[in-house]
Design a protein around this ligand. Structure first.
Ligand code: 6PG
Length: 251
């Protein structure tokens, strides 16, 4: 179905009636971009979002699109990870394994963040994996075909939280980020890496995101800025896939 579309300087916003329509459209867009990458480069480098919203997309991908991609040529990465073991209930890897990979014969090449390790070491090892996979030196950034992102009600994305040091990283692709508001460390892709992606899809749904989404896309009258606003891919606009509930203060 055709969404309502709004254009902003760094964002194209596609508004769907509800979460099921949003999930279907997001899944179809991922497949479309995957097919294009495979046709052009015989490889699809995809970084997945964590949290809860994308779970339905991953389930839909596994259920409806198992035969639509050469999954053995798909490299799955993570935009961020919590500092927990891979079998922990909070693990993004576990969420992806359960929603996308379990009970299917999909065989993508999964590049897990080794979040059971000390955060700095986990970040260093993930950065090394990225640089080896993308064949990039320390002065360049990996360029994903597609990065999926979510947005928190505080305007964070990946694990780039307001007021944290990772917001200021200009060289590394991956850092360990202390997040005092959660009393934890996270491992996260940085803005230089995010903004080097060919395509970025934000997936944001629900009335609880509406106020922050309007501030992120239209600006906060109080002048406050939010991490999600720093996602400005050099390749063009980020595409925001949202539902009407999240759009209710956007106009
Ligand atoms: C994470 C995500 C995080 C998430 C947002 C939105 O590890 O939690 O990377 O950035 O995308 O918090 O999460 P929901 O989709 O659950 O609202």
């Amino acid at each position: 179905m055709n969404p309502r579309t709004l254009l902003f300087r760094h964002a194209e916003v596609r508004i769907y009636p509800d979460l099921p329509a949003l999930t279907t459209a997001t899944t179809a867009t991922i497949i479309e971009l995957g097919r294009a990458a495979l046709a052009q480069r015989q490889q699809f480098d995809l970084a997945l979002a964590g949290g809860s919203t994308p779970r339905g997309v991953y389930r839909h991908l596994a259920a409806e699109y198992a035969s639509s991609l050469s999954w053995d040529r798909v490299h799955l990465f993570f935009g961020d990870e919590r500092h927990v073991p891979p079998d922990h209930p909070d693990s993004n890897y576990r969420m992806v394994r359960e929603s996308l990979l379990a009970n299917t014969d999909l065989q993508p090449q999964v590049h897990r963040i080794e979040s059971e390790l000390e955060p700095g070491l986990a970040a260093d090892r993930y950065e090394a994996d990225l640089r080896a996979h993308f064949h990039v030196r320390a002065t360049d950034q990996p360029s994903f075909d597609l990065i999926l992102l979510g947005m928190g009600t505080d305007g964070h994305t990946a694990s780039l939280f307001p007021g944290t040091s990772a917001l200021h990283e200009v060289n590394r692709a991956v850092v360990a980020n202390a997040v005092p508001q959660l009393n934890t460390h996270r491992i996260t892709l940085t803005f230089p890496c995010l903004n080097s992606a060919r395509h970025i899809l934000f997936l944001t749904a629900g009335a609880d995101k509406a106020t922050m989404l309007a501030k992120v896309l239209r600006g906060d009258p109080a002048g406050t800025t939010y991490p999600a606003q720093s996602v400005q891919p050099r390749s063009g606009r980020a595409v925001w896939m949202i539902d009407e509930a999240a759009a209710q203060t956007l106009g």
